[in-house]
Design a binder for this molecule. Structure first.
Ligand SMILES: Cc1ncc(C[n+]2csc(CCOP(=O)(O)OP(=O)(O)O)c2C)c(N)n1
Ligand SMILES: [Mg+2]
Length: 668
């Protein structure tokens, strides 16, 4: 046995925790008691004995990370935060799952202190944890200090259940983690063999251990004890072994019994998501040696002992601070890099680094985006990203920057492999760790990663998705690769900016604006060359407002409102219409949500009341009726494309300059 010290006060703290979990769910009448009860000793062991954390400073940079991937068991985390002395009170536990409480059903990042990431959609937390582990490896390798890099080299703990392990996103992420030899990652799998429908054997029979071994992980098994409870001693040894970092991530497959020791509810699926009932809660308390009639009982001695973890945290933090000072004086160069990682992006430097293009040049916006990244990435270590096996196509390859790999964690090109969903969730992890990550794939495959994109938005993370091949304009690859509904569907995600630049200069502006705002965003970029139609400076101010006049007359008869590749089409149509004495304004609207937030007066200036609007976008039409109203029309595509040359396809789908002219003639 290692330095394991566990006494009766620890037993009492765990017993109290199990009862509090049962009480919290019983009080509100809904929630997930069973897993919080059976995981109580595991979480207690981690928070009390292993995790480097300082409850008085939940954001301490030297802390380890704890990710509760099994998000429905939020009480597992809330109870440890309470026991450790984070700013979470017994009253907070009593208001579990109620409006405006500090204890929402699933842990929410930015809402409750000590919660490192929002979880609930199963499997995401595992991929977030892989992102944390990658970020930690990247930062410590980049800082490159043999003596001090350990100060920002945390261990990442992730607690996951059957559901997390069944989800594909965890398989994608774990496969990558094994390949990358992320030995700072410890995944504890709560193998309780129960999910909502019943025993997991209904649908799950592989050996998870063998699967992880083949991913390149260390696997340690922790069978449960004969009484059904988890074996804390063995778990402690397993964690101690995993912390030694032998070049591989570690999976600890830990057996538990859901709702242990409830006499009737244990090992049943009912205990997953229903209150146990007063009688069962009382009977459980009796088994735990607690007063069956008392709710939210506090064993003061046990709580006092648990709270001492704050002293351990404060000591570690103090030592860390001292070594930080030493670092500053002994190695100012590597310390400056440490500083860089805690600072925000230098926007003036970004602005000064951005490339520009001359009017009339023809450039695919994906290429322009690649040029932006190649200019910016070498100037700041905060930017890190890559692609799901399409780095050339997506323009995410940074030349001469090396690949992020187990041989070179300071490499700047992350090869996510063909794992879009994990890439999204890993980007979230990288962002939560303080980086400004980006990841590329074809726009059509945003579908494969949508679960993660939604969480970027929900957590308000500075993640940029680089989605190229953004329309039928990609041509011959056909309908499987041609996005139709994607732009609109992504625009419907709250707090998520989709930016579809018209040309190279708007692409530069899109990057600048998304970095300036530090907002969750997706760039929709063309495969095909597009003429440069706007000056760099105009693009910069125009894109920041979401939409702007790219061509205007004093008294327009009509407004042509377009995005991305369709802006140059609109300009062509506008020139033709002028010959017919139909004077038009052309509006480029790279980002609808940024336009929506502009003052009324500005919006009126762009889309003046009473002037009919024709919206033009090579995608689903429905959303555009918001801007054209009943007097305008939308030229879009509401059917799947086909495998054909882009111009042939556009003609077939009636998506042409002629179609715009015809519509304008009818409306003006
Ligand atoms: C992606 C996703 N799908 C479905 C759900 C709904 N859901 C919540 S918990 C759960 C079962 C999870 O089983 P397990 O991980 O074994 O948790 P346990 O019952 O052991 O607590 C399901 C299907 C979800 N939260 N996320
Ligand atoms: Mg389970």
């Amino acid at each position: 046995m290692t330095s394991f010290a566990w006494d009766t006060l620890d037993d009492r703290a765990v017993a109290m925790t199990r009862a509090l979990a049962a009480d919290a769910v019983q009080k509100v009448g809904n929630g997930h008691p069973g897993t919080a009860m059976s995981l109580a000793p595991c979480a207690y062991l981690i928070f009390q004995k292993h995790l480097r954390h300082d409850p008085s400073d939940p954001n301490w940079r030297g802390r380890d990370r704890f990710v509760l991937s099994v998000g429905h068991s939020s009480l597992t985390l809330y109870l440890q935060l309470f026991l450790s002395g984070y700013p979470l009170s017994l009253d907070d536990l009593k208001s579990f799952r109620t409006a405006h409480s500090q204890t929402p059903a699933h842990p929410e990042f930015g809402h409750t202190q000590g919660v490192e990431t929002t979880t609930g959609p199963l499997g995401q937390g595992i991929a977030n944890a892989v992102g944390f582990a990658m970020a930690a490896k990247y930062q410590s390798a980049t800082i490159n200090s043999e003596k001090f890099a350990d100060l920002i080299d945390p261990t990442i703990y992730c607690l996951a259940g059957d559901g997390c392990l069944q989800e594909g996103v965890s398989a994608e992420a774990s496969s990558l983690a094994g390949h990358l030899k992320l030995d700072n990652l410890i995944l504890i799998y709560d193998d309780n063999k129960i999910s909502i429908d019943g025993a997991t054997k209904l649908s799950f029979s592989e050996s998870v251990s063998d699967r992880y071994k083949s991913y390149g992980w260390n696997v340690i098994e922790v069978p449960k004890k004969s009484d059904g409870d988890l074996d804390v001693n063995s778990l402690d040894s397993a964690i101690a072994q995993a912390k030694k970092r032998n070049g591989k991530p570690t999976l600890i497959r830990m057996e538990t019994t859901i709702a242990w020791p409830a006499p009737n509810a244990q090992n049943t699926e009912k205990a997953h998501g229903s209150a146990l009932g007063e009688a069962e809660v009382a009977a459980t308390k009796e088994i735990l040696g607690l007063n069956p009639n008392e709710h939210f009982q506090i064993d003061q001695d046990a709580l006092d002992k648990a709270r001492q973890v704050a002293n351990r945290g404060a000591e570690m933090h103090q030592t860390w601070n001292q070594r930080l000072d030493l670092w500053k004086s002994q190695e100012p160069e590597s310390f400056a890099m440490f500083d860089h990682f805690s600072s925000s992006l230098d926007l003036e430097k970004v602005l000064a680094t951005l490339p520009t293009w001359e009017l009339g040049k023809k450039v695919a916006t994906r290429k322009a985006s690649g040029a932006v990244l190649n200019a910016l990435v070498p100037t700041t270590q905060l930017l890190l990203g890559g692609s799901a096996d399409l780095s050339e196509s997506n323009g995410t390859l940074i030349s001469k920057a090396g690949s992020f790999s187990s041989e070179n964690y300071a490499g700047r090109n992350v090869h996510f492999g063909i794992r879009e969903h994990a890439m999204g969730a890993i980007l979230n992890g990288l962002a939560l760790f303080g980086l400004r990550p980006y990841g590329g794939t074809f726009l059509v495959f945003s579908d494969y990663m949508r679960g993660a994109v939604r969480l970027s938005a929900l957590m308000n993370l500075p993640v940029t998705y680089v989605w190229t091949h953004d329309s039928i304009g990609l041509g011959e690859d056909g309908p499987t690769h041609q996005p139709i509904e994607h732009l609109s569907a992504l625009r419907l995600i709250p707090n998520f900016a989709i930016i579809r630049p018209a040309d190279a200069n708007e692409t530069v502006a899109a990057w600048y604006e998304t970095l300036r705002r530090g907002c969750p965003s997706g760039l929709a970029l063309s495969r095909q060359d597009l003429p440069v139609v706007v000056e760099a400076k105009t693009a910069l101010s125009g894109v920041s407002k979401g939409a702007y006049l790219i061509q205007s007359v004093a008294n327009p008869k009509i407004v042509l409102l377009a995005t991305g590749s369709e802006v140059s089409m609109a300009l062509e149509a506008c020139a033709e219409l002028a010959k017919l004495k139909i004077e038009a304004n052309v509006v480029s609207m790279p980002c609808t949500s940024w336009f929506d937030e502009q003052p009324e007066q500005y919006r009126q200036q762009i889309l003046p009341f009473g002037v009919p609007v024709i919206a033009i976008e090579a995608g689903a039409t429905a959303l555009w009726y918001k801007y054209v109203g009943s007097s305008g029309c939308v030229i879009g595509i509401d059917q799947f494309g086909a495998s054909a040359a882009p111009d042939v396809l556009a003609e077939d789908l009636g998506f042409t300059v002629d179609a715009i002219i015809k519509a304008a003639k009818e409306l003006a």
